[in-house]
Each structure stands twice: as C-alpha cells, then as structure tokens.
Design a protein around this ligand. Structure first.
Ligand code: WAQ
Ligand code: MG
Length: 256
C-alpha cells in the first residue's frame, strides 16, 4: 500500500511533474494467504486513512500472486541504545558506521536523505565509499517488498518484544525489513529514521551489529525521515534492487 497527497505549496523545480508534487504519507507491505486478502486490504486502507503524517488524497494497493519459493532470512537480534539528544544519536550511529567502513562522504550523503523534508517513498542506496547515490530513481528510492515472517517465529518474536515492552507493529515490521536487507551481502549497513512526526526512535542495522534501536534520532513533531542502505563500491546495483523489491523473503529465528 502507498498513500500520498498533493503538495499545495508547489515546489518551483518540480511543479510540472505530478509525481514531484506528491507528499508521501505512508506505505506498508506484507505476505498473506489467499483467504486473508480482503481483511489485509481493509487493514491497509484503515492504516492509510489514520496516519500521523496527514490524510492522503490517493491510496494505491497492489496485490500480487507469489509463485516462487520464499528464501529464509535470519531475524536480527534486537538491542536498544539510549541517546540523550539528536546530536548524541547521530554521533553514535556515525561512529558505528565508520567502524563498518562507511566513509565520511557517505555519512554526509546519508544525513542529507534522513534529514530531508522531501520524504522518499523508498530507501536511498549509497555507496559506502564514494557516498554516491546508486538508485535509478532518486525521488522514489528502492522499496523493499515481498517480506514476512513465519508463524512460529512470529509467536516467539512477540514474546521477546513483549519482554522489552516494544511488541508493536512498527518495531516488528522494521525488524523484518532490516533482516531482509541485512541478508544481502553487498549491503554493509542500514540506517532508518521514521518519517512519522511522533516517532523519534530510529535504528542502525547490519549482520554484525544486529538491529540496534537508537532513541532520540529526531525531535517530536519533525516530519523528516528516511532509509539508507550503504552498499559495497563495486556491487551490482540491479541485482541488489531485484533482491530487495522482487524476491520473497520470510524471516525466521536461527538455531540459538
Ligand atoms: N522499503 C524501503 N524504504 C522504506 C520502506 C520500504 N518498504 N518503508 C519505508 N521506507 C522508507 C521511506 O523513505 C520512509 O520515509 C522511511 O523509510 C521511514 O519509514 O525499533 O516507522 O515507515 O522502534 O516511517 C523504526 C522503528 C520505525 C525503530 C521505522 O519507518 C524501533 C518507520 P517509516
Ligand atoms: Mg512513516
């Protein structure tokens, strides 16, 4: 599902493009059984209509049959790092990223995306070394899709998250998405700031760090947010995008 509204304050550089005039409100994706299609559709419409970013004037729902066998991806372990200010949060994130080999150019490029009020619908692909944007459509970004969790793992996850008092849809969906993203070997790390004005916890994720929630990445009421995936310099961007957008992934717990 994706929901958007037209920008009434036209931007001079993009007013001739209807697409450039759209403000992203919300989006969501999932995998379900045939019998649940109507129910899932209703839930998505309700979500689109009751979002803290505003009321959409367009909601698009795409439903596709999945025929391929899903690939299992490991759920990342969850931790929370408490930060006392937005400056604190960014220096923590930047420090962890540089230890993973993300250059300061790439960090600057990421911050531009995460702090932009022109929120993208998808994620930016940023070269971890040069900081160059790699995705073909820089306004839309890359939308991670076709992802879910198996029933047993979902129950176990609910128990784990309940113990941490974070058993909610926002965390669950973000964790599943981050687990699919981290399973891609050419992606070094991900950073996410929610674009919801009332959600100030973001996260940093990678195979080695796990899913590292970071509090106070932005102030209450701020509308910016986004996602960035740092990719290896010489990776095949088309292949990465095909995995993220088109391949079916089901998150599972590994042997522990
Ligand atoms: N694929 C790629 N990018 C996406 C997707 C997707 N499926 N969904 C959202 N984005 C991008 C898009 O640019 C949004 O503006 C941005 O991410 C933020 O999306 O554990 O709510 O749905 O407590 O607002 C983090 C949870 C919440 C932290 C993330 O993101 C925690 C969240 P939102
Ligand atoms: Mg949002």
């Amino acid at each position: 599902m994706r929901a958007s509204k037209q920008n009434r304050n036209k931007m001079p550089d993009s007013s001739h493009l209807e697409k450039g005039n759209e403000i992203h409100i919300s989006g969501a994706e999932g995998i379900g059984e045939d019998a649940d299609i109507s129910k899932m559709g209703r839930i998505l419409i309700d979500r689109a209509l009751s979002h803290s970013r505003g009321t959409p004037d367009k909601i698009i729902i795409t439903i596709e049959k999945i025929s391929e066998r899903p690939t299992s991806v490991l759920l990342l372990p969850v931790r929370t790092f408490e930060c006392s200010s937005t400056q604190d949060a960014w220096s923590f994130i930047a420090n962890e990223l540089s230890r993973l080999g993300v250059s300061s150019r790439a960090l600057r490029s990421a911050l531009r995306v995460l702090k932009s009020n022109k929120t993208m619908r998808g994620a930016a692909l940023i070269s971890a070394l040069s900081g160059r944007r790699m995705e073909p459509d820089r306004m839309r970004g890359v939308r991670v899709s076709r992802l879910g969790i198996d029933t047993e793992s979902e129950k176990k996850l609910a128990r784990r998250l309940s113990r941490l008092h974070i058993n909610n849809l926002t965390v669950k969906e973000a964790l599943i998405l981050a687990s699919k993203v981290a399973s891609c070997h050419d992606i070094v790390a991900e950073v996410c700031f929610s674009d919801d004005p009332d959600y100030t916890t973001g996260y940093l994720a990678s195979r080695s760090l796990g899913y590292l929630r970071t509090t106070n990445v932005k102030h209450q009421g701020e509308m910016h947010g986004g996602r960035v995936f740092f990719v290896n310099e010489k990776s095949d961007t088309e292949k990465i995008i095909a995995w993220l957008e088109k391949k079916t992934a089901i998150a599972v717990f590994g042997h522990e």
